[in-house]
Design a protein around this ligand. Structure first.
Ligand SMILES: Nc1ncnc2c1ncn2[C@@H]1O[C@H](COP(=O)(O)OP(=O)(O)OP(=O)(O)O)[C@@H](O)[C@H]1O
Ligand SMILES: N[C@@H](Cc1ccc(O)cc1)C(=O)O
Length: 466
Protein backbone atom coordinates (compact mmCIF):
# COMPACT_ATOMS: atom_id res chain seq x y z
CA UNK A 1 0.00 0.00 0.00
CA UNK A 2 2.64 2.44 1.08
CA UNK A 3 4.79 1.93 -2.04
CA UNK A 4 1.82 2.23 -4.40
CA UNK A 5 0.64 5.33 -2.62
CA UNK A 6 4.07 6.91 -2.85
CA UNK A 7 4.11 6.30 -6.58
CA UNK A 8 0.72 7.84 -6.90
CA UNK A 9 1.57 10.98 -4.94
CA UNK A 10 4.75 11.29 -7.04
CA UNK A 11 2.63 11.04 -10.20
CA UNK A 12 0.10 13.61 -8.98
CA UNK A 13 2.94 15.79 -7.88
CA UNK A 14 4.81 15.66 -11.18
CA UNK A 15 1.68 16.39 -13.16
CA UNK A 16 0.98 19.54 -11.23
CA UNK A 17 4.50 20.69 -10.54
CA UNK A 18 4.83 22.85 -13.61
CA UNK A 19 1.81 24.90 -12.69
CA UNK A 20 2.94 25.32 -9.09
CA UNK A 21 6.08 27.38 -9.56
CA UNK A 22 5.53 30.82 -8.15
CA UNK A 23 7.96 33.66 -8.66
CA UNK A 24 8.38 35.91 -5.65
CA UNK A 25 10.92 38.73 -5.51
CA UNK A 26 12.61 37.18 -8.50
CA UNK A 27 13.00 33.82 -6.73
CA UNK A 28 11.08 30.68 -7.40
CA UNK A 29 9.31 29.20 -4.44
CA UNK A 30 6.84 26.40 -3.80
CA UNK A 31 3.99 25.60 -1.49
CA UNK A 32 2.05 28.80 -1.22
CA UNK A 33 -0.09 27.31 -3.94
CA UNK A 34 -3.41 25.66 -3.27
CA UNK A 35 -2.19 22.27 -4.52
CA UNK A 36 -0.52 21.15 -1.32
CA UNK A 37 0.52 17.87 -2.97
CA UNK A 38 3.54 19.81 -4.18
CA UNK A 39 4.77 19.60 -0.61
CA UNK A 40 5.82 16.06 -1.50
CA UNK A 41 8.86 17.79 -2.93
CA UNK A 42 9.88 18.89 0.58
CA UNK A 43 9.15 15.44 1.99
CA UNK A 44 6.20 16.80 4.01
CA UNK A 45 3.65 14.27 2.71
CA UNK A 46 4.52 10.72 1.81
CA UNK A 47 1.21 8.90 1.28
CA UNK A 48 -2.16 9.89 -0.08
CA UNK A 49 -5.35 7.95 0.47
CA UNK A 50 -7.16 6.75 -1.68
CA UNK A 51 -3.90 6.18 -3.55
CA UNK A 52 -5.01 6.51 -7.16
CA UNK A 53 -7.25 9.55 -6.87
CA UNK A 54 -7.06 12.10 -9.68
CA UNK A 55 -9.80 14.12 -8.00
CA UNK A 56 -7.74 15.43 -5.10
CA UNK A 57 -5.54 17.85 -7.11
CA UNK A 58 -8.67 19.13 -8.86
CA UNK A 59 -10.42 19.66 -5.54
CA UNK A 60 -7.40 21.45 -4.05
CA UNK A 61 -7.13 23.84 -6.95
CA UNK A 62 -10.87 24.42 -7.41
CA UNK A 63 -11.58 26.11 -4.04
CA UNK A 64 -10.13 26.44 -0.52
CA UNK A 65 -10.56 23.13 1.28
CA UNK A 66 -11.21 22.40 4.93
CA UNK A 67 -8.37 20.21 6.29
CA UNK A 68 -7.89 18.77 9.79
CA UNK A 69 -5.29 17.10 11.92
CA UNK A 70 -5.84 15.68 15.42
CA UNK A 71 -3.73 15.14 18.47
CA UNK A 72 -4.74 13.30 21.64
CA UNK A 73 -3.91 15.14 24.89
CA UNK A 74 -2.31 12.07 26.47
CA UNK A 75 0.54 14.28 27.77
CA UNK A 76 0.65 17.90 28.87
CA UNK A 77 2.90 18.86 25.98
CA UNK A 78 3.20 18.35 22.25
CA UNK A 79 6.47 16.94 20.93
CA UNK A 80 8.40 17.46 17.71
CA UNK A 81 6.67 14.52 15.99
CA UNK A 82 3.35 16.33 16.52
CA UNK A 83 5.06 19.57 15.47
CA UNK A 84 5.69 18.08 12.04
CA UNK A 85 1.97 17.30 11.68
CA UNK A 86 1.21 20.91 12.68
CA UNK A 87 3.76 22.27 10.21
CA UNK A 88 2.00 20.27 7.50
CA UNK A 89 -1.26 21.90 8.58
CA UNK A 90 0.35 25.36 8.54
CA UNK A 91 1.58 24.68 4.98
CA UNK A 92 -2.09 24.06 4.09
CA UNK A 93 -3.03 27.35 5.76
CA UNK A 94 -0.32 29.14 3.74
CA UNK A 95 -1.84 27.60 0.63
CA UNK A 96 -5.15 29.30 1.48
CA UNK A 97 -7.04 26.35 2.96
CA UNK A 98 -9.25 26.39 6.07
CA UNK A 99 -7.47 24.36 8.74
CA UNK A 100 -8.66 22.73 11.93
CA UNK A 101 -6.35 21.56 14.70
CA UNK A 102 -8.39 19.05 16.71
CA UNK A 103 -7.58 18.21 20.31
CA UNK A 104 -8.86 14.74 21.12
CA UNK A 105 -10.18 15.46 24.62
CA UNK A 106 -12.66 12.56 24.22
CA UNK A 107 -10.50 10.17 22.20
CA UNK A 108 -7.62 10.52 24.70
CA UNK A 109 -9.91 8.85 27.26
CA UNK A 110 -10.28 5.82 24.97
CA UNK A 111 -6.67 5.48 23.79
CA UNK A 112 -5.51 5.03 20.21
CA UNK A 113 -3.91 1.58 19.73
CA UNK A 114 -2.17 2.68 16.49
CA UNK A 115 1.53 1.95 16.70
CA UNK A 116 1.27 0.71 20.31
CA UNK A 117 2.34 -2.78 21.28
CA UNK A 118 0.58 -2.64 24.66
CA UNK A 119 -2.66 -1.26 26.06
CA UNK A 120 -2.55 2.40 27.08
CA UNK A 121 -2.97 3.28 30.71
CA UNK A 122 -6.34 4.89 31.27
CA UNK A 123 -6.15 8.60 32.09
CA UNK A 124 -8.26 10.52 34.57
CA UNK A 125 -10.61 12.98 32.81
CA UNK A 126 -9.27 15.88 34.93
CA UNK A 127 -5.74 15.14 33.75
CA UNK A 128 -6.85 14.96 30.10
CA UNK A 129 -8.64 18.30 30.53
CA UNK A 130 -5.48 19.91 31.96
CA UNK A 131 -3.38 18.42 29.14
CA UNK A 132 -5.88 19.70 26.58
CA UNK A 133 -5.68 23.24 28.01
CA UNK A 134 -1.88 23.18 27.88
CA UNK A 135 -1.88 21.85 24.28
CA UNK A 136 -4.43 24.48 23.29
CA UNK A 137 -2.02 27.18 24.50
CA UNK A 138 0.92 25.66 22.60
CA UNK A 139 -1.11 25.43 19.40
CA UNK A 140 -2.14 29.04 19.70
CA UNK A 141 1.45 30.12 20.36
CA UNK A 142 2.85 28.18 17.38
CA UNK A 143 0.19 29.49 14.98
CA UNK A 144 0.72 33.07 16.20
CA UNK A 145 4.52 32.80 15.96
CA UNK A 146 4.19 31.47 12.45
CA UNK A 147 1.96 34.30 11.29
CA UNK A 148 4.07 36.97 13.01
CA UNK A 149 7.53 35.70 12.11
CA UNK A 150 7.20 33.58 8.98
CA UNK A 151 4.37 35.05 7.01
CA UNK A 152 5.66 38.31 5.70
CA UNK A 153 3.17 38.80 2.92
CA UNK A 154 0.39 41.26 2.40
CA UNK A 155 -2.25 38.58 2.10
CA UNK A 156 -3.76 37.65 5.49
CA UNK A 157 -3.78 34.00 6.41
CA UNK A 158 -7.05 32.17 7.04
CA UNK A 159 -7.42 31.44 10.78
CA UNK A 160 -6.68 27.95 12.05
CA UNK A 161 -9.56 26.78 14.23
CA UNK A 162 -8.64 24.90 17.38
CA UNK A 163 -11.37 22.46 18.46
CA UNK A 164 -11.86 19.70 21.00
CA UNK A 165 -13.86 16.57 20.19
CA UNK A 166 -15.31 16.63 23.73
CA UNK A 167 -17.52 19.38 22.35
CA UNK A 168 -19.54 16.88 20.32
CA UNK A 169 -19.11 13.71 22.38
CA UNK A 170 -20.24 15.23 25.69
CA UNK A 171 -23.79 15.58 24.43
CA UNK A 172 -23.82 12.29 22.51
CA UNK A 173 -26.08 9.50 23.78
CA UNK A 174 -24.28 6.13 23.69
CA UNK A 175 -27.26 4.02 22.61
CA UNK A 176 -28.29 6.47 19.94
CA UNK A 177 -24.71 6.83 18.73
CA UNK A 178 -24.18 3.08 18.36
CA UNK A 179 -27.62 2.57 16.88
CA UNK A 180 -27.02 5.27 14.26
CA UNK A 181 -23.36 4.94 13.36
CA UNK A 182 -22.31 1.49 14.63
CA UNK A 183 -24.15 -0.18 11.75
CA UNK A 184 -21.94 1.59 9.17
CA UNK A 185 -18.80 -0.06 10.51
CA UNK A 186 -18.07 -3.49 9.07
CA UNK A 187 -16.30 -5.94 11.36
CA UNK A 188 -14.12 -7.23 8.52
CA UNK A 189 -12.65 -3.78 7.80
CA UNK A 190 -12.25 -2.97 11.48
CA UNK A 191 -10.42 -6.22 12.12
CA UNK A 192 -8.20 -5.76 9.09
CA UNK A 193 -6.56 -2.55 10.40
CA UNK A 194 -2.85 -2.93 11.01
CA UNK A 195 -3.16 -1.55 14.55
CA UNK A 196 -5.81 -4.16 15.38
CA UNK A 197 -4.00 -7.07 13.73
CA UNK A 198 -0.73 -6.33 15.51
CA UNK A 199 -2.43 -6.26 18.87
CA UNK A 200 -4.67 -9.28 18.29
CA UNK A 201 -1.59 -11.30 17.47
CA UNK A 202 0.29 -10.10 20.56
CA UNK A 203 0.21 -12.03 23.86
CA UNK A 204 -1.57 -9.10 25.56
CA UNK A 205 -4.40 -8.88 23.01
CA UNK A 206 -6.64 -5.84 22.87
CA UNK A 207 -9.46 -4.32 24.89
CA UNK A 208 -12.80 -3.44 23.31
CA UNK A 209 -12.19 0.26 24.05
CA UNK A 210 -9.02 0.34 22.00
CA UNK A 211 -10.64 -1.76 19.27
CA UNK A 212 -13.48 0.77 19.09
CA UNK A 213 -11.12 3.80 18.91
CA UNK A 214 -11.27 3.93 15.11
CA UNK A 215 -15.07 4.50 15.28
CA UNK A 216 -14.53 7.75 17.18
CA UNK A 217 -11.81 9.15 14.95
CA UNK A 218 -13.95 8.18 11.95
CA UNK A 219 -16.95 9.99 13.44
CA UNK A 220 -14.79 13.10 14.08
CA UNK A 221 -14.00 13.17 10.36
CA UNK A 222 -17.71 12.79 9.53
CA UNK A 223 -18.68 15.52 12.02
CA UNK A 224 -16.09 17.95 10.60
CA UNK A 225 -17.12 16.97 7.06
CA UNK A 226 -20.77 17.76 7.79
CA UNK A 227 -20.22 20.88 9.88
CA UNK A 228 -17.23 22.46 8.13
CA UNK A 229 -17.03 20.72 4.76
CA UNK A 230 -13.82 19.01 5.83
CA UNK A 231 -12.59 16.69 3.07
CA UNK A 232 -8.98 16.02 4.08
CA UNK A 233 -7.32 14.61 7.17
CA UNK A 234 -3.59 14.81 7.91
CA UNK A 235 -1.80 12.45 10.29
CA UNK A 236 1.35 10.43 10.87
CA UNK A 237 1.72 7.20 8.88
CA UNK A 238 0.43 5.31 11.94
CA UNK A 239 -2.92 7.08 11.48
CA UNK A 240 -3.71 5.65 8.06
CA UNK A 241 -6.06 2.94 9.42
CA UNK A 242 -8.09 5.49 11.40
CA UNK A 243 -8.23 7.81 8.39
CA UNK A 244 -9.48 4.91 6.22
CA UNK A 245 -12.26 4.23 8.76
CA UNK A 246 -13.35 7.87 8.44
CA UNK A 247 -13.20 7.66 4.68
CA UNK A 248 -15.42 4.55 4.67
CA UNK A 249 -17.92 6.08 7.12
CA UNK A 250 -18.29 9.28 5.10
CA UNK A 251 -18.70 7.36 1.87
CA UNK A 252 -21.43 5.19 3.42
CA UNK A 253 -23.32 7.97 5.20
CA UNK A 254 -22.87 11.09 3.08
CA UNK A 255 -21.85 9.36 -0.16
CA UNK A 256 -18.87 11.69 -0.52
CA UNK A 257 -15.21 11.02 -1.27
CA UNK A 258 -12.69 12.31 1.29
CA UNK A 259 -8.92 12.03 1.50
CA UNK A 260 -6.05 11.33 3.84
CA UNK A 261 -2.50 12.67 3.69
CA UNK A 262 0.19 11.17 5.85
CA UNK A 263 3.40 12.79 7.02
CA UNK A 264 6.65 10.89 7.58
CA UNK A 265 7.56 9.72 11.06
CA UNK A 266 10.21 11.68 12.93
CA UNK A 267 12.65 9.12 14.27
CA UNK A 268 15.59 9.08 16.66
CA UNK A 269 19.19 8.53 15.50
CA UNK A 270 18.55 4.79 16.02
CA UNK A 271 15.45 4.88 13.77
CA UNK A 272 12.79 4.60 16.51
CA UNK A 273 9.65 6.76 16.30
CA UNK A 274 10.02 9.79 18.55
CA UNK A 275 6.98 10.03 20.77
CA UNK A 276 5.31 9.77 24.12
CA UNK A 277 4.96 6.01 24.25
CA UNK A 278 8.57 5.35 23.28
CA UNK A 279 9.62 7.75 26.05
CA UNK A 280 12.12 9.56 23.80
CA UNK A 281 10.07 12.64 22.97
CA UNK A 282 11.63 16.05 22.45
CA UNK A 283 8.95 18.30 23.94
CA UNK A 284 7.51 21.66 22.99
CA UNK A 285 6.73 22.83 26.55
CA UNK A 286 9.76 24.59 27.97
CA UNK A 287 9.40 22.98 31.39
CA UNK A 288 9.81 19.53 29.81
CA UNK A 289 12.47 20.37 27.20
CA UNK A 290 14.06 23.77 27.76
CA UNK A 291 14.63 26.23 24.92
CA UNK A 292 18.34 25.45 25.26
CA UNK A 293 17.81 21.67 24.96
CA UNK A 294 15.46 22.04 22.00
CA UNK A 295 18.03 24.27 20.27
CA UNK A 296 20.81 21.82 21.06
CA UNK A 297 18.74 18.90 19.71
CA UNK A 298 18.73 20.53 16.27
CA UNK A 299 22.30 21.87 16.53
CA UNK A 300 23.53 18.33 17.20
CA UNK A 301 21.63 16.86 14.24
CA UNK A 302 23.73 14.53 12.10
CA UNK A 303 25.03 16.07 8.85
CA UNK A 304 23.18 13.38 6.85
CA UNK A 305 19.81 14.43 8.28
CA UNK A 306 20.04 18.20 8.29
CA UNK A 307 18.91 18.90 4.71
CA UNK A 308 15.84 16.69 5.11
CA UNK A 309 15.01 18.37 8.42
CA UNK A 310 15.38 21.86 6.96
CA UNK A 311 12.79 20.90 4.35
CA UNK A 312 10.46 19.38 6.92
CA UNK A 313 10.73 21.72 9.89
CA UNK A 314 11.15 25.13 8.24
CA UNK A 315 9.25 27.26 5.74
CA UNK A 316 12.44 28.33 3.94
CA UNK A 317 12.25 28.23 0.15
CA UNK A 318 14.05 25.20 -1.30
CA UNK A 319 16.66 27.31 -3.05
CA UNK A 320 17.64 28.91 0.27
CA UNK A 321 17.97 25.43 1.76
CA UNK A 322 20.12 24.32 -1.19
CA UNK A 323 22.36 27.35 -0.69
CA UNK A 324 22.95 26.77 3.01
CA UNK A 325 23.49 23.04 2.48
CA UNK A 326 26.14 23.82 -0.14
CA UNK A 327 27.93 26.14 2.30
CA UNK A 328 27.56 23.57 5.04
CA UNK A 329 29.15 20.84 2.92
CA UNK A 330 32.17 23.07 2.31
CA UNK A 331 32.69 23.64 6.06
CA UNK A 332 30.63 21.14 8.03
CA UNK A 333 32.41 21.95 11.30
CA UNK A 334 30.67 25.38 11.36
CA UNK A 335 27.26 23.65 11.54
CA UNK A 336 25.72 26.47 9.51
CA UNK A 337 22.81 24.32 8.35
CA UNK A 338 22.11 22.98 11.85
CA UNK A 339 22.25 26.53 13.24
CA UNK A 340 19.70 27.77 10.72
CA UNK A 341 17.45 24.78 11.43
CA UNK A 342 17.64 25.29 15.20
CA UNK A 343 16.92 29.01 14.83
CA UNK A 344 13.86 28.48 12.66
CA UNK A 345 12.36 25.84 14.96
CA UNK A 346 13.02 27.93 18.08
CA UNK A 347 11.36 30.94 16.49
CA UNK A 348 8.30 28.91 15.57
CA UNK A 349 7.94 27.22 18.93
CA UNK A 350 9.21 29.81 21.43
CA UNK A 351 9.42 33.08 19.46
CA UNK A 352 12.34 35.55 19.44
CA UNK A 353 12.63 35.52 23.21
CA UNK A 354 13.05 31.73 23.31
CA UNK A 355 15.64 31.79 20.53
CA UNK A 356 17.57 34.57 22.23
CA UNK A 357 17.59 32.62 25.50
CA UNK A 358 18.78 29.42 23.81
CA UNK A 359 21.58 31.36 22.11
CA UNK A 360 22.64 33.08 25.35
CA UNK A 361 22.79 29.78 27.18
CA UNK A 362 24.71 28.16 24.33
CA UNK A 363 27.24 30.98 24.36
CA UNK A 364 27.57 30.78 28.14
CA UNK A 365 28.24 27.07 27.92
CA UNK A 366 30.66 27.01 25.02
CA UNK A 367 32.50 30.33 25.01
CA UNK A 368 35.40 30.86 27.42
CA UNK A 369 34.30 34.45 28.05
CA UNK A 370 33.01 34.71 31.65
CA UNK A 371 30.92 37.69 30.48
CA UNK A 372 28.61 35.24 28.69
CA UNK A 373 27.87 33.65 32.06
CA UNK A 374 27.26 37.03 33.61
CA UNK A 375 24.52 37.79 31.12
CA UNK A 376 22.40 34.93 32.49
CA UNK A 377 20.00 35.11 35.41
CA UNK A 378 20.62 32.83 38.40
CA UNK A 379 17.74 30.61 37.21
CA UNK A 380 19.23 30.34 33.74
CA UNK A 381 22.66 29.40 35.09
CA UNK A 382 21.13 26.74 37.28
CA UNK A 383 19.03 25.46 34.37
CA UNK A 384 22.10 25.31 32.16
CA UNK A 385 24.17 23.45 34.69
CA UNK A 386 21.14 21.63 36.05
CA UNK A 387 23.04 18.34 36.20
CA UNK A 388 25.35 19.85 38.83
CA UNK A 389 24.64 20.99 42.36
CA UNK A 390 23.40 24.31 43.56
CA UNK A 391 24.41 25.83 46.92
CA UNK A 392 23.82 29.10 48.68
CA UNK A 393 26.79 30.47 50.67
CA UNK A 394 27.10 33.57 52.83
CA UNK A 395 29.68 35.92 51.37
CA UNK A 396 32.44 36.81 53.86
CA UNK A 397 35.48 38.92 53.09
CA UNK A 398 38.75 37.06 52.49
CA UNK A 399 37.28 33.72 51.35
CA UNK A 400 39.69 31.71 49.22
CA UNK A 401 38.98 29.48 46.24
CA UNK A 402 39.88 26.39 48.31
CA UNK A 403 37.61 27.39 51.22
CA UNK A 404 34.67 28.05 48.94
CA UNK A 405 35.10 24.84 46.96
CA UNK A 406 35.18 22.84 50.20
CA UNK A 407 32.25 24.76 51.73
CA UNK A 408 30.23 24.07 48.56
CA UNK A 409 31.02 20.37 48.83
CA UNK A 410 32.76 20.45 45.44
CA UNK A 411 36.18 19.39 46.77
CA UNK A 412 37.24 17.09 49.62
CA UNK A 413 38.96 18.93 52.50
CA UNK A 414 42.03 16.68 52.55
CA UNK A 415 42.83 16.57 48.81
CA UNK A 416 41.33 19.91 47.72
CA UNK A 417 44.56 21.92 47.69
CA UNK A 418 46.30 19.30 45.51
CA UNK A 419 43.41 19.14 43.03
CA UNK A 420 43.48 22.95 42.59
CA UNK A 421 47.27 23.03 42.22
CA UNK A 422 47.07 20.26 39.61
CA UNK A 423 44.79 22.44 37.48
CA UNK A 424 41.54 20.53 38.05
CA UNK A 425 39.46 23.51 39.18
CA UNK A 426 37.83 26.28 37.14
CA UNK A 427 36.09 29.35 38.50
CA UNK A 428 33.72 30.92 35.98
CA UNK A 429 35.42 28.87 33.25
CA UNK A 430 38.91 30.17 34.06
CA UNK A 431 41.41 27.70 35.49
CA UNK A 432 42.63 28.65 38.97
CA UNK A 433 45.80 26.96 40.27
CA UNK A 434 46.36 28.95 43.47
CA UNK A 435 44.12 27.50 46.21
CA UNK A 436 44.68 30.59 48.37
CA UNK A 437 43.51 33.10 45.78
CA UNK A 438 40.99 35.40 47.49
CA UNK A 439 37.62 35.77 45.79
CA UNK A 440 37.06 39.12 44.11
CA UNK A 441 33.84 40.69 42.93
CA UNK A 442 33.68 41.00 39.16
CA UNK A 443 36.17 38.17 38.66
CA UNK A 444 35.19 35.25 40.86
CA UNK A 445 31.84 36.67 41.92
CA UNK A 446 29.88 37.75 38.88
CA UNK A 447 27.55 40.72 38.82
CA UNK A 448 24.55 38.36 38.75
CA UNK A 449 25.76 37.18 42.19
CA UNK A 450 26.84 33.70 41.17
CA UNK A 451 30.06 31.74 40.90
CA UNK A 452 30.34 28.66 38.72
CA UNK A 453 32.84 26.06 39.90
CA UNK A 454 33.91 23.27 37.60
CA UNK A 455 35.89 20.33 38.88
CA UNK A 456 37.48 18.22 36.18
CA UNK A 457 35.71 18.01 32.83
CA UNK A 458 32.06 18.30 33.76
CA UNK A 459 31.32 18.42 37.48
CA UNK A 460 29.63 21.75 38.02
CA UNK A 461 28.63 23.46 41.26
CA UNK A 462 26.74 26.68 41.14
CA UNK A 463 27.15 29.02 44.09
CA UNK A 464 24.61 31.69 44.77
CA UNK A 465 25.94 34.33 47.17
CA UNK A 466 23.61 35.46 49.93
N1 LIG B 1 7.46 10.84 15.64
C1 LIG B 1 6.45 11.29 14.93
N2 LIG B 1 6.65 11.68 13.65
C2 LIG B 1 5.64 12.16 12.89
N3 LIG B 1 4.38 12.29 13.32
C3 LIG B 1 4.12 11.91 14.58
C4 LIG B 1 5.13 11.40 15.45
N4 LIG B 1 4.57 11.13 16.64
C5 LIG B 1 3.27 11.46 16.52
N5 LIG B 1 2.99 11.91 15.29
C6 LIG B 1 1.69 12.33 14.74
O1 LIG B 1 1.15 13.37 15.54
C7 LIG B 1 -0.28 13.22 15.63
C8 LIG B 1 -0.70 13.14 17.08
O2 LIG B 1 -0.11 12.00 17.69
P1 LIG B 1 -0.23 11.59 19.19
O3 LIG B 1 -0.79 12.68 19.99
O4 LIG B 1 -0.89 10.29 19.33
O5 LIG B 1 1.33 11.44 19.54
P2 LIG B 1 2.21 10.17 19.79
O6 LIG B 1 3.54 10.60 20.23
O7 LIG B 1 2.10 9.23 18.64
O8 LIG B 1 1.56 9.59 21.08
P3 LIG B 1 1.74 8.20 21.61
O9 LIG B 1 3.20 7.84 21.59
O10 LIG B 1 1.15 8.30 22.97
O11 LIG B 1 0.92 7.47 20.64
C9 LIG B 1 -0.61 11.94 14.85
O12 LIG B 1 -0.96 12.29 13.53
C10 LIG B 1 0.69 11.18 14.87
O13 LIG B 1 0.79 10.28 13.80
N1 LIG C 1 -5.60 9.31 16.92
C1 LIG C 1 -4.68 10.39 16.79
C2 LIG C 1 -5.20 11.70 17.32
C3 LIG C 1 -6.51 12.08 16.71
C4 LIG C 1 -7.67 12.13 17.49
C5 LIG C 1 -8.92 12.42 16.95
C6 LIG C 1 -9.00 12.65 15.57
O1 LIG C 1 -10.24 12.91 15.02
C7 LIG C 1 -7.87 12.63 14.77
C8 LIG C 1 -6.64 12.32 15.35
C9 LIG C 1 -3.37 10.00 17.48
O2 LIG C 1 -3.43 9.37 18.50
O3 LIG C 1 -2.34 10.30 17.03
Amino acid sequence: MSLRASFSIQRLFTRYLQSQLVVQNGRQTYCTNSNILTLHHRGVFNDVFPPQSDELPKLLTSSPQSIYCGVDPTAESLHIGNLLALIALIHCQRAGHQCIALIGGATALIGDPSGKSTERESLHPDLVERNAASIHQSLQRIFTNHERLFWKRDKTLPDIRIMNNQDWYKSENLVQFLGTYGRFFRMGSMLSRQSVQTRLNSPEGMSFSEFAYQIFQAYDFLHLHEQYGCNIQIGGTDQLGNIMSGHDLIRRTAGNEVYGLTIPLVTSATGDKLGKTAGNAVWINRDKTSEFDLYQYFIRMHDNDVEKSLKLFTFLPLQDIDAVVRKHKAKPEKRKAQRLLAEQVLLLVHGEEGLEKARRLTEALYSSDPGALERLSVEEVSQLFGGGSFVEIMLEPGLTVYQVAVAAGALPKDRGVGIIEDGGVYVNKQRVTNPHEVLQKGLHILSNNVTLLRIGKKNYTLIKWV
